[in-house]
Write a protein that binds this ligand. Structure first.
Ligand SMILES: *[C@@H]1O[C@H](CO)[C@@H](O)[C@H](O)[C@H]1NC(C)=O
Ligand SMILES: *[C@@H]1O[C@H](CO)[C@@H](O)[C@H](O)[C@H]1NC(C)=O
Ligand SMILES: *[C@@H]1O[C@H](CO)[C@@H](O)[C@H](O)[C@H]1NC(C)=O
Ligand SMILES: *[C@@H]1O[C@H](CO)[C@@H](O)[C@H](O)[C@H]1NC(C)=O
Ligand SMILES: *[C@@H]1O[C@H](CO)[C@@H](O)[C@H](O)[C@H]1NC(C)=O
Ligand SMILES: *[C@@H]1O[C@H](CO)[C@@H](O)[C@H](O)[C@H]1NC(C)=O
Ligand SMILES: *[C@@H]1O[C@H](CO)[C@@H](O)[C@H](O)[C@H]1NC(C)=O
Ligand SMILES: *[C@@H]1O[C@H](CO)[C@@H](O)[C@H](O)[C@H]1NC(C)=O
Ligand SMILES: *[C@@H]1O[C@H](CO)[C@@H](O)[C@H](O)[C@H]1NC(C)=O
Ligand SMILES: *[C@@H]1O[C@H](CO)[C@@H](O)[C@H](O)[C@H]1NC(C)=O
Ligand SMILES: *[C@@H]1O[C@H](CO)[C@@H](O)[C@H](O)[C@H]1NC(C)=O
Length: 726
């Protein structure tokens, strides 16, 4: 009997689903008020929408519900009431309160000399009352040198996605998952947008297979990525979904005013998101236009065998149906067999099958569970091994360091877990001073009063543990007064914790880009910071016992102390050269805006990549502009390109920071400019070495400060010596 009831439920559910399906396909019948035009071209227009030239009864009196039909074309084209752009209406399915519209997609094309003039710079989609559906649309960008953004019309927010690839053989059909195509979801409540498409290198390295970048918002499922689209996208308009609702009141409030309330008999009213308007829908078992009088008509389930589960006799009632017996059962011959009562199972029914299927299902589930338990157990074992492994690596490494007689590492200390917990007040949120790519940095104070920075990995991820170990290895090779001092680490915890001296004056990035601070950053100081940083990089590349490439040189990784002395930090991405000389990195390292363009081609970062990044930083110091900023116009987005083109057009002093221009040291500015230009040469081989850069900057620094500031005039040997003494 229980199974019987269960089966009945399944049957009814099936019927309802079936009716819903049909609902959509057959609904077009009478969707308009009598005497109103019901179509424009291929679009059938359901009330409360109506055409502008029809009588005012044909639509509700609200601009968003009035459709403009352009008769001049054949077939005529329906447009949404427009604010600033033409939005073609594709479909208005009244059942799910969608409005599907077509809107042009964005594209930007390039040739070998840059922008080739083909771009659709349109004013953007601007809507009155119907928001872009956040659940039914996606933002998609296509290209291999592409960064596309969706900009809110009110300028409140923007977001987007980025796709970079260098070889077409890495791209595959179908998936829009980041290689050649990227997608992201849309936030709630957007009433319009502007699309902005940018390229990092003007498609220079991908021109042969991808001359254009594209971006558009579209209905989920409208677009399937194909490799050929990189060469040319086949469409210039995409279909997107808008949500619509009536008015700006909730159902409850709207019902109060029966003259304007739109939901008719046999409907259900639901609130639109946040109660800004309401939606009417036909009750289950009815279909039609819920906004028309008698619009929701009973479905005659008995007329369509797909809609009912009756064998033989079927009785239609309002909003439902009854039948003597559902499928798989037959009348037991007694009277009054409505609603399945008095039905008995057919002898050859699927009853037995149901049981068999059920039993088989249970067995399969059981097997699965056993399998998962087994796998889970294996995974736990792996995790424990990994931990052990990590401790071994860390332990060995530390032993090496401590056992060695090298004076430089004597200062390194192993901290206990409790010690660091205490120092950071149990990793209190308020102690967080920074969040890097590899972890969180806390400020802590040791019992002896020393203030330290403690870097903690975010996740127990093998990659990140390696980054940390890597940083320990690299740091243990470095001893330089302009490098953040590494004090020690703690390996008792599941993630290693690294302890550094605390540098209290923030990052160079902050000092350059915070208007309150940048005015205090004099040319002399800028030059010295550049010189100190160049000194460190030169030392890493040549003076350290094993050459080291920093790989992530940027102003955000240069810390300043109270005297504005530069301290280079974040060696998490660094590599000792001999380890990786032959290794190719598939993962993108470094930071956009600072990243060596040659890297896209070779996938290899070299000492000259640090030179390039340093060049960008030099320009940042000169101009006070960010290395990459989507707030700037297209020509200015990559600081390196902007800088080089300004030089070509002889506009150098227009882009130099005002503070520097005011100081009037034009000769030095020109020399630093030339130096930066050299660092930003596209071909790595033609860039100067870091040593050459450092020497030149030191020379300039000596000129600024003829009395001989020890900070810039001592040579590297002395610097190392000094730091060993302290
Ligand atoms: C469009 O065509 C219909 C009939 O073909 C006509 O009634 C209507 O006035 C036309 N509208 C415009 C704006 O030309
Ligand atoms: C690139 O396009 C621009 C603008 O259409 C044109 O002036 C230039 O000659 C083109 N360059 C090449 C190499 O085709
Ligand atoms: C620009 O390049 C695109 C893609 O190669 C091409 O379709 C378009 O015709 C070009 N435009 C001009 C003005 O050359
Ligand atoms: C692209 O990848 C294929 C296969 O991996 C390789 O044979 C080809 O040399 C690569 N092309 C370039 C330009 O790197
Ligand atoms: C990708 O799909 C297009 C058609 O959409 C086809 O011509 C092409 O051969 C496919 N490429 C790959 C690599 O499957
Ligand atoms: C809905 O309300 C939430 C929170 O109250 C708000 O963040 C969101 O922007 C609102 N959405 C719309 C479409 O007004
Ligand atoms: C995209 O692919 C899915 C499944 O692969 C298919 O169902 C759908 O029709 C395709 N859409 C288009 C527009 O080709
Ligand atoms: C879009 O493409 C069609 C042909 O496919 C063309 O007629 C139309 O002018 C294009 N529209 C835009 C805005 O480029
Ligand atoms: C609601 O709509 C009415 C009429 O369209 C308008 O007068 C009123 O200002 C709207 N209220 C809000 C809160 O938007
Ligand atoms: C709606 O249904 C009720 C009874 O269910 C009936 O009294 C009323 O007349 C109907 N209204 C219209 C407009 O059909
Ligand atoms: C239709 O009738 C069945 C029982 O006969 C009931 O379970 C179901 O809820 C009814 N559906 C509607 C929409 O009233």
């Amino acid at each position: 009997m229980v199974i019987h009831k269960l089966l009945l439920k399944v049957v009814v559910l099936g019927a309802l689903l079936g009716s819903y399906h049909n609902h959509i396909t057959e609904a077009a019948a009478s969707m308009t008020k009598p005497g109103c035009r019901s179509a424009c071209g291929a679009l059938s227009i359901p009330y409360p929408f109506g055409m502008r030239d029809s009588s005012s009864d044909c639509h509700i009196n609200h601009p968003s519900f009035i459709i403009d039909c352009d008769n001049s074309t054949d077939p005529p084209i329906p447009y949404m009431h427009k604010r600033s752009s033409e939005i073609e209406i594709f479909d208005i399915p009244v059942e799910n309160h969608e409005m599907q519209v077509q809107f042009s997609s964005g594209r930007e094309c390039y040739n070998s000399s840059g922008h080739n003039g083909t771009s659709s710079k349109y004013s953007g989609l601007s809507l009155l009352d119907f928001p872009v559906s956040n659940t039914k649309n996606k933002f998609i960008a296509i290209g291999c040198d592409t960064s596309a953004s969706f900009l809110d019309l009110d300028g409140k927010f923007s977001f987007g996605c980025m796709s970079l690839c260098s070889n077409i053989s890495d791209v595959s059909n179908g998936s829009c998952a980041g290689i050649g195509c990227c997608e992201t979801s849309i936030p709630r409540g957007s009433f319009g947008y502007r699309i902005s498409i940018r390229s990092f290198y003007n498609h220079r390295y991908v021109l042969d297979f991808n001359p254009c970048s594209y971006a558009f918002v579209t209905k989920d499922g409208f677009y399937n990525f194909s490799v050929g689209d990189l060469n040319q996208l086949q469409f210039n308009q995409s279909t997107l979904v808008l949500d619509w609702a009536i008015g700006n009141q909730t159902c409850e409030d709207a019902k109060q005013d029966s003259t304007s309330y739109m939901c008719t008999n046999n409907t259900i009213c639901t609130n639109a998101e946040n109660g800004s308007g309401y939606k009417c829908n036909c009750k289950k078992g009815y279909r039609g236009n819920p906004y028309l009088v008698n619009g929701c008509q009973d479905i005659d389930e008995c007329a369509d065998p797909k809609l009912n589960q009756c064998v033989g006799k079927c009785h239609n009632i309002k909003g439902n149906y009854t039948c003597p017996c559902p499928k798989g059962y037959h009348d037991d011959g007694k009277k009054g067999g409505g609603d399945g009562q008095g039905c008995i199972a057919n002898p050859n029914s699927s009853h037995l099958m149901e049981i068999l299927v059920g039993v088989a299902g249970a067995i399969i589930t059981l097997l699965f569970n056993i399998g998962f338990l087994y796998l889970g157990h294996k995974k736990m074992k792996l995790i424990r091994l990994k931990e052990q492994y990590f401790k071994q690596i860390g332990g060995l490494l530390l032993q090496q360091q401590l056992g060695g007689s090298d004076r430089t590492t004597k200062a390194m200390k192993i901290f206990s877990a409790e010690e660091l917990e205490k120092a950071t007040n149990n990793y209190n949120e308020s102690r967080i001073v920074g969040r890097g790519g590899y972890g969180i940095v806390y400020k802590g104070s040791l019992p002896n009063g020393v203030v330290v920075a403690i870097k903690k990995s975010k996740l127990v991820d093998r990659n990140q543990i390696e980054q940390f170990i890597n940083e320990v290895i690299v740091l243990s090779q470095i001893n330089h007064r302009n490098v953040v001092r590494f004090l020690g680490c703690c390996l008792e915890t599941e993630v290693p914790l690294l302890v550094y001296e605390f540098i209290n004056n923030g990052t160079l990035f902050d000092h350059i880009h915070n208007p309150n601070k940048s005015s205090k950053l004099s040319w002399e100081t800028r030059l010295r910071i550049a010189s100190e940083t160049a000194g460190v990089l030169s030392y890493l590349h040549s003076a350290a016992s094993i050459p080291i490439i920093h790989r992530d040189v940027k102003s955000a990784n240069i810390l300043l102390d109270a005297n504005y002395i530069a301290k280079v930090s974040d060696f998490g991405a660094s590599r000792l050269v001999p380890l990786d000389q032959t290794q190719l990195f598939t993962m993108v390292q470094g930071t956009w805006g600072y990243l060596d363009p040659e890297y896209l081609h070779t996938s290899q970062l070299t000492e000259k990549s640090d030179v390039y990044s340093f060049g960008v930083m030099l320009v940042e110091l000169l101009t006070g502009k960010k290395a990459l900023s989507f707030d700037r116009s297209e020509e200015e987005r990559s600081l390196a390109m902007y800088f080089l083109s300004s030089l070509e057009n002889d506009k150098l002093f227009q882009i130099v920071e005002d503070v520097i221009v005011d100081e009037g040291i034009n000769e030095q500015v020109r020399e630093v400019t030339n130096l930066a230009k050299g660092c930003l040469t596209i071909k790595g081989d033609e860039r100067p070495t870091m040593k050459e850069v450092a020497i030149e900057l030191e020379g300039l620094g000596a000129m600024t400060n003829p009395t001989g500031d020890c900070r810039t005039n001592v040579n590297q040997e002395e610097l190392v010596h000094l730091s060993r003494e302290d």
